[in-house]
Structures are given as structure tokens and as C-alpha cells.
Design a protein around this ligand. Structure first.
Ligand SMILES: *Cc1c(COP(=O)(O)O)cnc(C)c1O
Length: 376
């Protein structure tokens, strides 16, 4: 039996091996006589599941010991408030700077404005000509050397991968070189977390809702440098204060136990694949194949600037948009699911996260070729 290929942007495909293991363990987790859903979060079984998930994640991304790994709830959307609630007061200035590169970073910026003096450090919200290419708004990324930084800001926030626009930024700057050595980077990496390495010497905090590339919906992964913890505003809800969550080992209140368990299985699956270097190589191979095909075709087009094309989310357009509905119907009948682009961008979007193998990308490319032959 072959499963369809799932190109959803999130919640998205999980590795089949992980789903099968979860199915085997559904009613009796490793001889405990219980489903993971039925266990006390403070009991020995779940404590082990939590501890292994933290240790495996630390190993996978080489997360230094001076960073806490927290499992929280509320998704990346809640972090848009939880981040300023925890960090914006840490230097007494109440300032934070935001780089705007698409839908998600704009949402983060808007939410943060409720908590302090929040400014735009850079924005790709206008059309530009970049290396002879005409770029429409939100299809490029503002270069760090153009950012307007405030050296007394509590942090600088950006989104590493705009899931909707398909813009991925990985040349994370050294803030000292930009004259803002005391301004830590805070990164929303929801949709490219675990797809490539992260240089933690450059960041103060990285967070990710799990349901794109790391697990199911319900758990948010927060990796935060210890010296940034403990400065929450008095109005910060106790359950969202990083100090409380860290102190309690992500059990200040009942954590999303099943989601943490599945994320933990994904971490073990990643280790079996050869870890982050191996999965990154595979992600590069997949992205090169798909963009490579789109670039040679006159029938489809990709509009994101090549320097920041996302390896995870690939928006593309049929030049003849009247064929969109037929394209999607045929794709679905061929077992290629959830290719419709986000309503704010239109067109198509193929999300090719870790759990979508090269074979799935090849199946997509074959279909793209065939559809072009029929209608080109
Ligand atoms: C999906 C997503 C979010 C929002 O996640 P929720 O879990 O729905 O809150 C935020 N940022 C990015 C980059 C995302 O991909």
C-alpha cells in the first residue's frame, strides 16, 4: 500500500515510521499497560519520555548547555505575546526591534506592540529590483547591513522561514558586527526547525510550533539562553513565564504529553536518518530538484528571490491561473495532496518538510511535467 504524498504547510506530513510506532504503542506504551495519553505527566514513564526528548533534541542541534529547552503550549502565535512578556523588560528600556519579511513576522510585530516600544528594523514590504530581478513585496529579505537597530533594545526578532511566502533567511548576522552586541536575536523558526543546523552562538532564542517540521500540533519548542530568563513583566501569566517553565522542567502545569511523545519519536527518527547534516543534505537535494524544474519551465513560475528561496515551502504559480482548479483536482487524484497556496498569496505551494522524501518530490515533478505537456 502506498500512501499519498502530503505537501501540507502544517499540520503536515509526519514520518510513516513514527506513525507506525505510535500505532503499535497506542494502547500499551512499552509494557506500561497504558497509552501515553493515559499516564500521569509526573510519573516515571512520562518523565522518561520528556527527558529523552530534551536530550535527543539537544544532541541533534548541538544545543549548548547554557540554553534551556522548553515545551510550551499556545503555538508560535502565543509566543508572539510570550516573547515580549518575558524579554522586553530585561534591559529597562522596553524596546524591541522587528524585521518584517512576510505574514508571520508581521503578526509577531503587531502583537509585540502591545507590550512596549516596538520598532521595524527592516522590511521587505515594498517592490525592489534585486540583482536585476524585479521583486514584489515579501518575496525577498532585507539585508542585515540595512537594518535600523537600536543598541539598547531588549532583542531583535525575525522569522527564519516565512511559511506562507516561502522566504527563508539563514545568513543570521553577528549582532556585535552590526553595533548591537547586547541585542540577542529571537527567531521564529516554526517551519524550518530541524531542517538544517542552527548556530546557537549567534542567537538568544529560537522557537517553533511543532506541527510544521517537528511533530504534531499542541507543543511549542522554545530554546532560550539562560541569562534571558527571569525578566518577565509582572503581567506575564505564570504558566508562560520562562522561569517557571524552566524551573519545572516544562511541567509548571500539565504539558501536552502526547504531542511531546510524538515529537520525541520524530527526534529519534531524525537521529536514525543520520541527524541534521543528513536531513539537510536531503532537503537541499529536494529543493534543488523542485526549483530546478520550475526554473526551466515556461508554464510555472517561482517568484521568491533565489537567494532566499525556502527549502521547506515552495510557492509556485501556473502562468495560466484559470487552470488552477483543474491542476489541484488532477494532483489530488494522483495522490499529491494539499498543494493549494495560501489564500493571501494564491497559486500553489508545495511544503517539502523533512518527512516528505525525495521520492515524493519526484512524484510531484513528474506530475508537473505531465500537466504542462497536457496544457502547455
Ligand atoms: C505556523 C506558523 C506560525 C503560527 O503557528 P500556530 O501554531 O498556528 O500559532 C507562526 N510562525 C510561523 C513561521 C509559522 O509557520
Amino acid at each position: 500500500m502506498t500512501r499519498p504524498w502530503n505537501f501540507s504547510a502544517g499540520p503536515s506530513a509526519l514520518p510513516l515510521e513514527v506513525l507506525e510506532q505510535a500505532a503499535r504503542e497506542m494502547t500499551d506504551w512499552q509494557g506500561s499497560g497504558m497509552s501515553v495519553m493515559e499516564m500521569s505527566h509526573r510519573g516515571k514513564h512520562f518523565t522518561r519520555i520528556r527527558d529523552e526528548a530534551v536530550a535527543d533534541l539537544r544532541e541533534l542541534l548541538s544545543i549548548p548547555e547554557d540554553f534551556e529547552i522548553l515545551f510550551m503550549q499556545g503555538g508560535a502565535t502565543a509566543e508572539n505575546a510570550i516573547v515580549p512578556l518575558n524579554l522586553i523588560g530585561r534591559r529597562g528600556t522596553g524596546k524591541a526591534d522587528y524585521v518584517l519579511s512576510g505574514s508571520w513576522s508581521n503578526k509577531s510585530y503587531k502583537e509585540a506592540q502591545r507590550y512596549g516600544d516596538v520598532a521595524v528594523a527592516g522590511s521587505s514590504g515594498e517592490a525592489v529590483v534585486l540583482e536585476d530581478r524585479q521583486q514584489s513585496p515579501w518575496t525577498w529579505f532585507p539585508a542585515p547591513d540595512t537594518w535600523k537597530l537600536r543598541a539598547d533594545a531588549a532583542y531583535l526578532h525575525f522569522c527564519a522561514n516565512e511559511t506562507i511566502g516561502g522566504v527563508e533567511f539563514m545568513d543570521w548576522p553577528d549582532m556585535a558586527a552590526l553595533g548591537a552586541a547586547d541585542v540577542p536575536l529571537v527567531v521564529d523558526a516554526s517551519s524550518n526547525f530541524l531542517s538544517r543546523p542552527i548556530d546557537f552562538s549567534k542567537v538568544g532564542m529560537v522557537y517553533a510550533g511543532a506541527q510544521k517540521n517537528a511533530g504534531p500540533a499542541g507543543v511549542t519548542i522554545v530554546v532560550v539562553r539562560k541569562d534571558l530568563i527571569g525578566h518577565a513583566l509582572p503581567v506575564c501569566p505564570s504558566a508562560f513565564d520562562y522561569a517557571n517553565v524552566a524551573e519545572a522542567g516544562s511541567m509548571f502545569n500539565t504539558p501536552p504529553t502526547y504531542a511531546i511523545y510524538i515529537a520525541g519519536l520524530v527526534f529519534k527518527w531524525l537521529k536514525r536518518q543520520g541527524g541534521i547534516p543528513a536531513i539537510e543534505a536531503e532537503n537541499i537535494r529536494k529543493a534543488e530538484a523542485l526549483y530546478g524544474f520550475l526554473d526551466t519551465s515556461d508554464f510555472y513560475q517561482s517568484t521568491v528571490h533565489p537567494s532566499v528561496r525556502s527549502r521547506m515551502n515552495v510557492p509556485f504559480f501556473l502562468k495560466n491561473e484559470s487552470l488552477n482548479a483543474e491542476f489541484l483536482a488532477q494532483a489530488e487524484s494522483r495522490g499529491l495532496l494539499q498543494l493549494k497556496g495560501h489564500k493571501s498569496v494564491g497559486g500553489m505551494r508545495a511544503s517539502i518538510y523533512n518527512a516528505v522524501p525525495f521520492e515524493g518530490v519526484q512524484a510531484l515533478i513528474s506530475f508537473l511535467q505531465e500537466f504542462e505537456r497536457q496544457h502547455g
